[in-house]
Design a protein around this ligand. Structure first.
Ligand code: ZN
Length: 355
């Protein structure tokens, strides 16, 4: 299954709230020359120093226009250099994390060959980031809508097909769909999904198999979080859709985002333990992979980890097996979805325990 999670999920990293990992995340800040702050003459002088090929005024004539043109070119070059630096930094973070990622999860998810792969990372500026995100969401919507319709209970599926054929939506319809026909609230969005909020700072694009990070979001926690999304098993991804179909949102998205963050945190913690100089009495400082998600998501992850492994603070073997290995099955009770059962590794839990 190509889809990794619902297109209108909350995988929107509005801002990075986690501390950056100083060991590997020395974010370069753009330096602005003080010479450019004054009036035109000092700026021009600074410009001439920076661009020795430029003619002096009055001789060849640096017109205002060419000055602006060259300044813009210089600014573009600076932006390109910053982008290249951020890209290199993101790749360095990923390379640094990989051994700890593999040693943390490989033993508990040996069948996930994907864990050995390196996920490509693309660092971009706005507005390219926005364009790529929209493109991903549009592609995922197509798959998502098809999957949602396919997974709906049979009577709803028939109604949806009839609606689709008539080109109509839920509000006005006539026989053979009667007034008694029950259309699920979720179905109202199926044929025209609402546009997703444009607040993301990073995302994994399953269609192109690439992690895309906005230039100001490059950080160890973000890279680890998105990488985890890229390594999930197909059954884990399918679980999000199935839970969504049975109206178990926002729990489905919160489980995905929370457990993703906890998996990334576990690998980051192992990396910190292995690489930090230990100071007696000082706790290990690891980057945070929650990537802007709030307490509700963290609480959901804790509930999931408690249900799967009886350890609310860190993912255990059953959670890891379910997430990376796809060692899970879902037995949906369509009369009462809350009574559905979920097998996670060796543990069977009631969906109600996760809600
Ligand atoms: Zn996420």
């Amino acid at each position: 299954m190509a889809i990794s999670r619902p297109p209108d999920d909350q995988d929107d990293h509005a801002r990075m709230t986690g501390p950056s990992y100083r060991g590997i995340s020395n974010r370069g800040t753009a330096t602005r020359g003080t010479a450019n702050r004054g009036p035109v003459a000092p700026a021009l002088s600074a410009f001439r120093q920076a661009a020795p090929g430029a003619a002096a005024p009055g001789v060849g004539g640096v017109t205002g226009q060419s000055f602006i043109g060259r300044t813009l070119t210089t600014a573009r070059d600076a932006a390109r250099r910053a982008l290249a630096a951020a890209q290199a930094q993101a790749e360095a973070i990923h390379d640094a994390q990989r051994p700890f990622f593999l040693s943390t999860f490989r033993p508990l998810a040996p069948k996930n060959a994907r864990l050995g792969d390196k996920v490509p990372i693309k660092v971009v500026e706005q507005p390219e980031f926005g364009t790529l995100l929209e493109r991903r969401n549009a592609a995922m919507n197509v798959v998502f809508v098809a999957e949602m319709v396919r997974l709906r209970p049979a009577h709803v599926q028939r109604n949806l097909q009839a609606l689709a054929q008539r080109g109509a939506l839920v509000r006005s319809y006539s026989p053979p769909i009667t007034a008694a026909t029950k259309i699920h609230p979720v179905d109202g969005n199926l044929l025209s999904p609402p546009p997703s909020q444009g607040r993301a700072g990073a995302f994994y694009d399953p269609g192109n198999d690439v992690v895309v990070i906005r230039i100001d979001q490059v950080d160890a926690g973000i890279v680890a979080h998105e990488a985890c999304h890229a390594y999930t098993s197909a059954p884990w991804n399918a679980m999000q859709i199935v839970l969504g179909v049975y109206d178990l949102e926002p729990a489905a998205t919160e489980i995905d985002e929370g457990v993703t963050s906890e998996m990334a945190n576990l690998a980051l913690f192992n990396m910190a333990v292995a690489t930090q100089v230990k100071v007696p009495g000082m706790p290990i400082q690891a980057p945070n992979a929650y990537a802007g998600y709030l307490a509700n998501v963290q609480a959901r992850a804790a509930r999931f980890m408690r249900a799967s492994d009886n350890s609310a603070g860190t993912p255990g073997p059953n959670a890891i097996a379910a997430y990376f290995e796809g060692d899970l099955t879902l037995q949906i009770s369509s009369s009462d979805p809350r009574k559905s059962k979920l097998r996670l590794g060796t543990k069977i839990v009631s969906v109600a325990a996760l809600l």
